[in-house]
Design a protein around this ligand. Structure first.
Ligand SMILES: [Zn+2]
Length: 245
């Protein structure tokens, strides 16, 4: 069954999914033929490279396994995202029902400094440049903008959800707060969760901060907007800390 089309902003811009993330475990699982694995890895680890990717067919004829070609990296990664969704118990109609765009995973990323817990954060180059400008300009007005989270891979997004499920949360509840893999704006490297001293990170308290007031007034000048306002059409909770370029 094909996955949803990749319709995110970054997806439209670049056309295909990034191949920078090779998912070695997935690759081993879906193709146990060493030559095919080598061919797949070569394509996936060299973003400029073109070629066909291989998956084993579920049909077994005699002792030989039939292979079919997946013609593009896009199809390949749609398959990986479908398997991730299956594993996490995400409803099949998740993206369609909410009319959510499925985002490409960014491959061109640069470090923009560590977050509050010392983990290096990365953003797409243009978003990174504008973010740095905002941080500096806001600082000039005595307002501190701190990054909590920038780029997140599909796998990172899946891991956030796995942890909550392991802690006993129901998937429906988790999905109000965390987008399913492929549907988070953080995959594009252009979304930032922002915090500021004096308000607890990733809580609605942020909307009463000077940082929020500053962003509301000036972020648009840098191309950023708050994409999950109250009662947003995507069905996500209100996220005054989430701003996207
Ligand atoms: Zn966010």
């Amino acid at each position: 069954m094909p996955g949803p089309p990749c319709t995110g902003r970054a997806g439209r811009r670049r056309g295909l999914f990034s191949a920078r993330h090779a998912y070695p475990d997935e690759m081993t699982e879906i193709s146990n033929n060493s030559q095919q694995i080598a061919a797949n890895s070569d394509i996936l680890q060299n973003p400029g490279k073109t070629g066909s990717l291989y998956l084993p067919s579920p049909v077994v004829v005699g002792q030989s396994r039939q292979f079919f070609e997946i013609r593009s990296q896009h199809d390949m990664l749609i398959e990986i995202h479908r398997k991730l969704h299956q594993e996490l118990g995400i409803p099949a109609n998740y993206g369609g029902e909410r009319k959510l765009p499925c985002y490409e995973e960014a491959s061109d990323l640069i470090d923009v400094g560590p977050n509050l817990v010392g983990r290096m954060q990365r953003l797409a180059p243009e978003a990174a440049a504008k973010w740095q400008q905002m941080v500096e300009t806001a600082a000039g007005s005595g307002v501190r903008l701190l990054i909590v989270s920038g780029f997140r891979s599909y796998e990172h997004q899946a891991e956030l959800i796995r942890k909550k499920i392991a802690a006993g949360r129901a998937i429906d509840e988790v999905l109000k707060v965390n987008a399913a893999p492929c549907y988070s704006q953080h995959h594009t490297g252009t979304a930032i969760d922002i915090a500021t001293p004096g308000s607890r990170p990733l809580t609605e308290e942020f909307e009463t901060s000077d940082a929020f007031k500053w962003l509301t007034e000036y972020a648009a000048e840098y191309g950023f907007s708050m994409t999950y306002p109250r009662d947003n059409r995507f069905g996500f909770v209100y996220e005054p800390w989430h701003w996207a370029f």
